[in-house]
Design a protein around this ligand. Structure first.
Ligand code: 4AD
Ligand code: MG
Length: 503
């Protein structure tokens, strides 16, 4: 039975030399003659537990030897400090009770394909990678709330059912609201603007829905977004808020999750650089960079580097394939098979990048002022920087109706995107809001939207309008950037993707 005096693995440092009981699941095990090494996980960490023949009953020794991955159990033993051991401590087993046996657990420590893992997400969540990401997500969300709560913002819960579009009508999810069509929210921003006129500084934080027909690594149909909105703020004020906010999140993750970041292979040195000020470029400067010679040279060098990687991967794969044909033990075969899956995935990703490189170079060279920046354009600019980059003042024609027209240049709006570095791309979008009634009506009409749906929103410009603005940060994209995960679907426990909802 689960022990009421149980100790958590995360607390073992306080129990060296003492006897404790751990309750958890068998993560992995191997036997070496008269010793068995059982890795137990309990939700707080991993601990290697050692069963020695003669030190536990013969029956238990035998039971443990045949225990399947993910069986649940309680182990009692004495804690030893051991630097080489996972987590830094070991348990010398005295006794154990098996709570529930598991056999043929489908998600083995070797590599599996993406589709298989998504179908088995309910089990895959127990893997080290998913566990580390979940722990980091927890810190990110806690940091988000703390940053705004400690800086005088009031939390406003904005609705999920809404009657209008804020981020383009193409990505609205329709729902049937007692016979009337309604949408799932794309952003809490418009409601938040109303709240900012009451509370001054507000934020909302919740799930957001976009019927986005893109299967890219950056898109989910349901994602979490945090949005602050501030009355009496200008573009510079927003950029400062955003850079302090993102730096705070990065610092909290570094402080709380160093081990998790290491397990995931995240670039900790790069994260330490995430401090204000971030780079600032106007859209027009970004276009000059994209179409300039420096970018073409950068991409050519990148292509050469990718081709080098491709050759190295091909050689490694060839070597392993040869080894596979030799006389091997089962565990050696499994190890090679797992390595091959990983190397082949890396090779296919490299192949895709090589194929895309000239296309992206062409898109960049032919980019013309006026278009929104595309995914590949953002990637290029973000790859050329080692810290996040703000891009401001986009062409009005490419942006949402609510963005304020720059009074000094009416071709652009007072907005920004924040691109995470190292090729990751956009994690924040924000703007100063159009606060002039007439100009706002004009913008709504220009975009072919029905003014009737925005009457309440226009009231905010009728009664005591003030300069105000805010932004939205995508939680999954932020986590993917911080952890170095390639695909944001790994950054939420149960992802919703365009082509499939698995479980
Ligand atoms: O740039 P977006 O569309 O901005 C807004 O929604 C504004 N109303 C926010 C505001 O000013 N209050 O979205 C903001 C962020 C993006 O930068 C991105 O991080 C994330 O939300 N995002 C997505 N994340 C995952 N999947 C998608 N389909 C996303 N679409 C946007
Ligand atoms: Mg955006």
């Amino acid at each position: 039975m689960p022990n009421s005096n149980k100790t958590y693995i995360s607390e073992l440092k306080d129990y060296v030399g003492k006897q404790v009981a751990l309750c958890g699941w068998l993560y992995n095990s191997r036997a070496s003659g008269k010793i068995q090494f059982l890795i137990i996980r309990d939700g707080t960490g991993l601990c290697q537990c050692i069963a020695e023949y003669g030190k536990v009953s013969e029956q238990l020794f035998d039971e443990l030897k045949h225990l399947g991955q993910e069986s649940s159990l309680t182990v009692t033993g004495v804690v030893r400090a051991d630097e080489r051991s996972v987590g830094g401590f070991e348990l010398a087993i005295i006794d154990a009770q098996i709570i529930s046996e598991s056999s043929d657990y489908p998600v083995t420590p070797k590599s599996h394909g993406t589709d298989f893992l998504l179908k088995n997400r309910h089990l895959h969540l127990r893997s080290q990678r998913q566990w580390c990401i979940g722990k980091i997500r927890h810190t990110v969300i806690d940091a988000i709330r703390r940053f705004f709560n400690d800086n005088g913002f009031t939390l406003i819960d904005t609705p999920i059912f809404t009657g209008f579009a804020a981020e383009g009508e193409q990505t609205l999810f329709e729902a049937d609201y007692f016979g009337t069509p309604i949408h799932l929210t794309q952003t809490g921003q418009l409601h938040l603007e109303a709240a900012a006129m009451s509370f001054g500084k507000v934020y909302c934080f919740g799930p957001t829905f976009r019927a986005e027909k893109s299967k890219t690594r950056r898109h989910l149909t349901e994602f979490w977004m945090v949005e602050p909105e501030v009355a009496f703020i200008d573009l510079d004020g927003l950029l400062e808020l955003a850079e302090n906010f993102v730096s705070f999140i990065a610092a909290e993750v570094l402080r709380e999750n160093k081990d998790h970041l290491e397990t995931l292979g995240a670039d900790i040195t790069a994260l330490k650089k995430i401090k204000p000020p971030f780079y600032r470029l106007t859209y027009t400067e970004a276009v000059d960079i994209l179409t300039g010679e420096k970018t073409q040279k950068f991409l050519t060098e990148q292509l050469e580097e990718l081709q080098k990687q491709q050759r190295q991967l091909e050689t490694k794969i060839g070597d392993l394939e040869k080894q596979q044909n030799g006389q091997l033990k089962q565990w050696q075969k499994d190890k090679i098979a797992a390595e091959l899956i990983e190397l082949r995935t890396a090779l296919s990703e490299t192949d895709t990048k090589i194929e895309n490189n000239p296309k992206h170079a062409k898109l960049a060279a032919e980019f013309r002022w006026g278009k929104d920046l595309g995914g590949s354009d953002e990637t290029i600019i973000s790859q050329m920087h080692d810290k996040p980059v703000f891009i401001t003042h986009y062409p009005k024609q490419a942006k949402a109706f609510y963005m304020k027209t720059d009074r000094e240049n009416d071709k652009v709006v007072l907005n920004f995107d924040l691109l995470a570095p190292a090729g990751f791309g956009e994690i924040i979008g924000g703007s100063v809001r159009e606060d002039d009634y007439e100009l706002l009506v004009e913008r709504i009409k220009e975009q072919g939207l029905d003014v009737k749906n925005y009457e309440w929103y226009l009231d905010l410009r009728r009664y005591g309008s003030v300069p105000h603005g805010g932004f939205g940060l995508g939680v999954e994209r932020t986590i993917a950037w911080l952890t170095g995960e390639k695909h944001i679907r790994q950054c939420i426990a149960f992802p919703r993707l365009m082509d499939k909802v698995y479980i």
